[in-house]
Design a protein around this ligand. Structure first.
Ligand SMILES: Cc1cc2nc3c(=O)[nH]c(=O)nc-3n(C[C@H](O)[C@H](O)[C@H](O)COP(=O)(O)OP(=O)(O)OC[C@H]3O[C@@H](n4cnc5c(N)ncnc54)[C@H](O)[C@@H]3O)c2cc1C
Length: 383
């Protein structure tokens, strides 16, 4: 079934409009026949007794309804019709940035319409997969520009909520934090942080160590990076029906292989510099290192008084970008006729993907609101 579908889509991409419409019709008939052959309508429950035909959805029935119907009949996620629906929204990349985009979309009701394509998935480690190497916590290291301030604030709100509601499962925990500056105090940032960080306090001079000009304390959020990624992936799969496919794309255009794809979210991290169709020269990797120590007492005290026991040390490459992260809608020309398709770029998070990722994702998804609205109006009444 998978092979037949890919052949049909490859033909669609390269033909004259008339032929394309004709072949589309044939494809629709094929889809209907497959649906009937597997008796999909027989499995619909409640008020959802419809024929599972994605090209001819009766007004009273929703796409969601058809999707549920198909899911019941096609638990194998490679099923033809399942894929057709699930590629309405494609996310390329399964680092924290791609996962946060999937989460925001899923929370808005689009889980069953999302396929995430990624060379590396949560649970993997690779030099070109940054997210599993992150420390990681919420800190003041991010920029002081308006974007960074907004994304940090949204990220902090999201992560503290997660820490309060689901700390054990999500591997997100509130932790006390002290940050010290010996120079270049980011006043704008401190002002913004003082408005939303829990327990925020400017340290009086007598509490500052020698040589330090300025310091703040606040309640931060600390994450177990690799485990948080796995948590998100499982939640997206099992609670929201998001589909994950391991695949390395040769070009961002490959993400549009299915004509049903309405929008692609480009969350490829460091690959944004070289991936054909993106090739952003402002992107560059920045090395970061994490040292894992056993510190049953407060780490700073340990470091001052005795040599801590080092359990592991590793380095990763942060996806940095001149001018800050790019969260922006654009167009990609696809196929022999150069058809315009919508893409939302979301990469270049540097050293702040975990703390800013949810805020970036919210704005990336907002940038595609008109497309999502049209997906809704195609009958997804429960969205
Ligand atoms: C040592 C270290 C410490 C850090 N500490 C913190 C911290 O304390 N707080 C914080 O907020 N952030 C921290 N960061 C930064 C954070 O880790 C990054 O900002 C974040 O991981 C970037 O995520 P990403 O999803 O953009 O990229 P990645 O995690 O690299 O994900 C990219 C995804 O795209 C996929 N991909 C790429 N090319 C293709 C292709 N051609 N086809 C298919 N898939 C493709 C990859 O397989 C992967 O799934 C730290 C980073 C490091 C290295």
């Amino acid at each position: 079934m998978e092979t037949r579908k890919q052949t049909a889509l490859a033909v669609l991409d390269s033909q004259h409009p008339f032929h394309q419409a004709f072949i589309m019709k044939l494809f629709a008939i094929l889809v209907s026949l497959v649906a009937l052959a597997i008796g999909a309508d027989a499995s619909c429950r409640g008020d959802c007794r419809i024929q599972c035909n994605p090209y001819n959805i009766p007004g009273a029935c929703s796409n969601e309804c058809v999707g549920r119907c198909m899911a019941a009949r096609c638990p194998d996620e490679t099923g033809l019709i399942g894929i057709f629906f699930q590629e309405s929204i494609v996310i390329v990349g399964a680092g924290i940035i791609g996962l946060d985009v999937a989460l925001v979309l899923a929370e808005r009701g689009f889980g069953r319409y999302i396929t995430v394509y990624a060379e590396y998935l949560p649970g993997d480690t690779a030099v070109s997969y940054t997210s599993p190497w992150a420390g990681c916590n919420f800190s003041a290291i991010s920029g002081s520009d308006a974007n960074a301030l907004r994304w940090d604030r949204a990220g902090y709100t999201h992560l503290t909520k997660l820490a309060a509601q689901d700390s054990k499962q999500s591997f997100v925990q509130k932790t006390p934090s002290i940050e010290l500056w010996d120079d270049a105090i980011p006043r704008e940032k401190i002002k913004a942080m003082s408005e939303y960080l829990e327990d925020f306090r400017i340290l009086p001079d007598q509490e500052l160590p020698p040589g330090v000009k300025f310091g703040v304390s606040f309640t931060s959020v600390t994450l177990h990076g690799p485990k948080h990624l796995v948590y998100l992936c499982n939640k997206l799969k099992h609670n929201y029906g998001v589909r994950f496919v391991r695949k390395k794309l040769d070009s961002i255009r490959d993400a549009f292989a299915n004509p049903a794809t309405k929008v692609v979210f480009n969350c490829v991290g460091n690959a944004a510099r070289t991936l054909p169709g993106v090739e952003d020269p402002e992107c560059f990797p920045t090395r970061g290192q994490v040292v894992l120590t056993r510190a049953p007492k407060a780490l700073s005290a340990e470091l001052r008084q005795e040599e801590p026991e080092i359990l592991a040390a590793f380095a990763g490459l942060r996806p940095s970008r001149n001018g800050g992260a790019r969260v922006e809608r654009g167009e990609v020309l696809v196929g022999a006729r150069g058809e315009k398709r919508a893409i939302v770029h979301n990469y270049g998070a540097g050293g702040t993907g975990f703390q800013a990722g949810y805020g970036m994702a919210t704005e990336a998804v907002d940038a595609a609101e008109d497309i999502l609205r049209s997906l809704r109006s195609q009958g997804c009444s429960r969205l």
